[in-house]
Design a binder for this molecule. Structure first.
Ligand code: SAM
Length: 223
């Protein structure tokens, strides 16, 4: 173990117990989860908890997702170097950093201006140059850079917005949690020409996707 690498023991335990044992086998995803410094994506007061098996608060009533969910979504998206990826729900910027570690060109949309700004500063400080942050309603996707090889939605949608599958390239993948406000399932949707195939992955619990093709704004106050 390298004493110079902060939280190395915690990272390795996270990788083995939370991720590998639960079925994540893509070696590149495992490497990314080990190498991206999750403790730098949470408030400093929570750094000691960054590698625990749970989401953590990042302010503004939002969360950084549980490590396993980040790994599962990343594996499902089948990201290859050089691909163009859209993430909706930047939050802390951690998922975007994992995608960038895999060599992707990442566009990440966050609706909350304060979170978007914090993530922008953090990702610049950590030298993630392949990530472009956009502040806006990502439930509409980000049409100006479409098509995308993969789209990851990291907030819960009531249903799959067709405007997102329209922004997928042929052969593209959409990973999205769909359900009610309390519980969702992670869906993986493949686009092949004019056809789509849907696979159901894990049950999950995300904060709501708020916007034109998500939940209405007032959901935030009642959730
Ligand atoms: N991927 C994030 C990370 O790595 O830290 C965690 C995402 S957090 C669970 C969900 C995020 O989605 C919140 O930051 C929330 O503000 C954002 N969000 C909700 N609705 C959105 C929308 N329509 N467009 C963009 N971001 C949205």
């Amino acid at each position: 173990m390298d004493p110079e690498v902060p939280f190395e023991a915690e990272r390795r335990e996270m990788l083995e117990v939370q991720i590998r044992r639960r079925g994540i086998r893509d070696s590149r995803v495992l490497e990314a989860m080990c190498e991206v410094p999750r403790h730098k994506f949470v408030p400093p007061s929570l750094a000691d908890h960054a590698y625990e098996d749970r989401p953590l608060p990042i302010g503004e009533h939002e969360t950084i997702s549980q490590p396993y969910i980040v790994a599962a979504m990343t594996q499902a998206a089948q990201v290859r170097p050089g691909e163009k990826i859209l993430e909706v729900g930047t939050g802390s910027g951690y998922q975007a950093a994992v995608l960038a570690y895999l060599g992707a060109r990442v566009y990440s949309v966050e609706r909350n201006p304060a979170l978007a700004e914090t993530a922008r500063v953090r990702l610049a400080e950590l030298n993630y140059r392949e990530i472009t942050l956009i502040c806006g309603d990502g439930s509409e996707g980000y049409p100006s850079q479409a098509p995308y090889d993969a789209i990851l939605i990291t907030a819960a949608a009531p249903k799959v917005p067709p405007i997102l599958t329209q922004q997928l390239a042929d052969g593209g993948r959409l990973v999205i949690p769909v359900g009610d406000l309390a519980q969702q399932v992670l869906l993986l949707i493949f686009k092949h020409g004019s056809e789509q195939h849907t696979r159901t992955l894990d049950p999950c619990q995300f904060v709501p996707l708020i916007g034109k093709y998500g939940w209405p704004e007032k959901t935030i106050r009642t959730h």
